[in-house]
Design a protein. Structure first.
Length: 483
């Protein structure tokens, strides 16, 4: 029975994350970039000013809503979304891309990120536009809502919209237990055991207790925790990575040369072709890039939709920044750490180190920090992976609420917390594979919704550009709920 499940899963996973899935993700990003006139490039100064820049100049960005108001601030929605995206993919995923695709995989990871910015932007615009308020007062939004209310509003598409919204919710629910919970905490427990000799069951009980306090408190409590945890863990990791890069600064030009050579299989200085080839570099760069920032999967839009913002494009710009911070900054730093450490032959692109995943990144940090390097990575994975689990708890909650209603949400939350313990103490090869599949399956109905509603995204974006950038006096296109 298990063998049959594995075979079916491998077949589905191969389709979802093979040529079809990668091509679909890339095509969606390109389409949304073109129809919105390269918004992420053309208006880069504007979206930086309105996102990370506004944190320091606009108190409304970070201001908490009143206690009785279930909405969260724009900054809290960003931190909760980034809690789910900045995870083991930024460490293990990047190391895997380099190991299996060579240095050139990093270039294609960047490409996926730059077009993925507009996919994530479009998801957030639609999420705000079609969101609804639940009975508890929390905003509910995501692919399930713009599939049902948006795609379903087209002539003859009502049933299709409903079916796709249910499928997305089911896939999201399953993924929340896999990639959003058990696989994350398993990475924590195994690393804590190897770095600090802490038994997996101890880690399981500790994480379960902490998660219970946070998750059972609802989205606002999750948001309060993540808005403190995400900046701390990101800054801590960035500082550590920059120190390693600074110690190896002389190799950085060679690192970038190796990345570009590997991306196009160009000849190295010694005349040989850089290993792995274009296909491996492209495939693994796109795969790991998609897994890291989740643009196109329809996940982070569920928390972005809970923001107190009224302007869809404003939250869309936070989506652009989210992908930029996750992949262009954090993933790139991990890649520079590994490639500058001597773990890879920069001329040929072949691996010198025998380590893989977190062990490879830990080895790179150890070249500067000694035996504390592995401990640093263990702590980083603890923070990254646990914050990912907190973010995904909201995604799963949203899917559960959509399928079964508000009154039964506590059942999901309790089950989610209990699964943390089993995730810490189990061997999870099958769970990893299954979670990859469900995570990828979310992409298909979501991108159908995004692409089918692309004319609406284009209309909302152009309205915003005319009003806020070109200064024209026209009526804003706010969310359907606000109109």
């Amino acid at each position: 029975m298990i063998e049959a499940i594995v075979n079916v899963n491998n077949a589905v996973n191969g389709v979802v994350w093979g040529t079809f899935g990668i091509a679909l993700l890339l095509a969606a990003g390109i389409v949304m970039t073109v129809i919105n006139l390269g918004f992420q490039f053309k208006h880069i100064s504007h979206w930086i000013e309105k996102t990370i820049g506004a944190i320091f100049t606009d108190k409304h960005i970070t201001a908490h809503t009143a206690k009785e108001n279930k909405a969260i601030s724009q900054f809290q929605s960003l931190c909760t979304a980034m809690a789910a995206t900045i995870g083991t993919g930024n460490i293990v995923g990047v190391a895997t891309a380099i190991t299996l695709g060579g240095p050139g995989a990093i270039f294609w990871m960047w490409v996926m990120a730059f077009v993925g910015m507009m996919t994530n932007y479009s998801e957030n615009v639609l999420g705000i536009y079609f969101r609804q308020k639940g009975k508890s007062g929390e905003w509910r939004g995501g692919a399930m809502y713009y599939l049902r209310e948006g795609l379903g509003s087209y002539k003859g598409m009502k049933i299709v919209g409903v079916v796709l919204s249910v499928l997305f919710s089911v896939f999201c629910l399953m993924a929340s237990f896999g990639i959003g919970n058990m696989s994350q905490v398993n990475s924590i427990s195994s690393n804590m055991q190897s770095a600090f000799n802490i038994p997996t069951w101890v880690t399981g009980i500790a994480l379960m207790a902490i998660a219970a306090v946070v998750v059972l408190g609802g989205l606002k409590r999750v948001a309060i925790v993540t808005e403190k945890l995400v900046p701390f863990m990101a800054i801590l990791y960035i500082i550590g990575a920059l120190i390693v890069i600074a110690f190896n600064i002389g190799t950085v030009p060679s690192v970038f040369a190796s990345i570009f050579r590997g991306a196009f299989a160009a000849k190295s200085a010694t005349g040989g072709i850089v290993g792995y080839g274009v296909k491996s570099a492209l495939t693994w760069g796109f795969k790991r890039g998609a897994f890291s920032n989740e643009a196109g999967l329809g996940s982070s839009v569920m928390v972005h939709s809970s923001s107190n913002v009224k302007e869809p494009v404003q939250q869309g710009m936070w989506g652009i920044f989210e992908v930029f911070a996750d992949t262009i900054i954090v993933c790139t730093l991990t890649a520079l750490v590994v490639l500058s450490s001597g773990a890879v032959d920069l001329e040929s692109g072949h691996m010198i180190s025998t380590n893989a995943g977190a062990g490879l990144v830990g080895e790179a940090f150890s070249t500067v920090f000694g035996h504390y390097g592995q401990k640093f990575i263990a702590v980083a994975i603890l923070l990254f992976a646990f914050s990912t689990s907190l973010g995904w708890s909201h995604y799963g909650t949203t899917a559960w609420q959509y399928l079964f209603g508000e009154k039964t949400i506590v059942i999901y939350k309790v089950f989610f917390i209990v699964m943390i313990y089993f995730g810490c103490t189990m061997t999870l090869e099958l769970a990893w594979d299954l979670s990859d599949t469900f995570n990828g399956l979310m992409m298909i109905p979501n991108l159908i919704g995004v692409l089918s509603l692309s004319p609406l995204v284009m209309k909302i974006t152009r309205n915003y550009v005319h009003r806020e950038i070109k200064g024209k006096d026209i009526k804003p296109l706010l969310s359907a709920y606000e109109q």
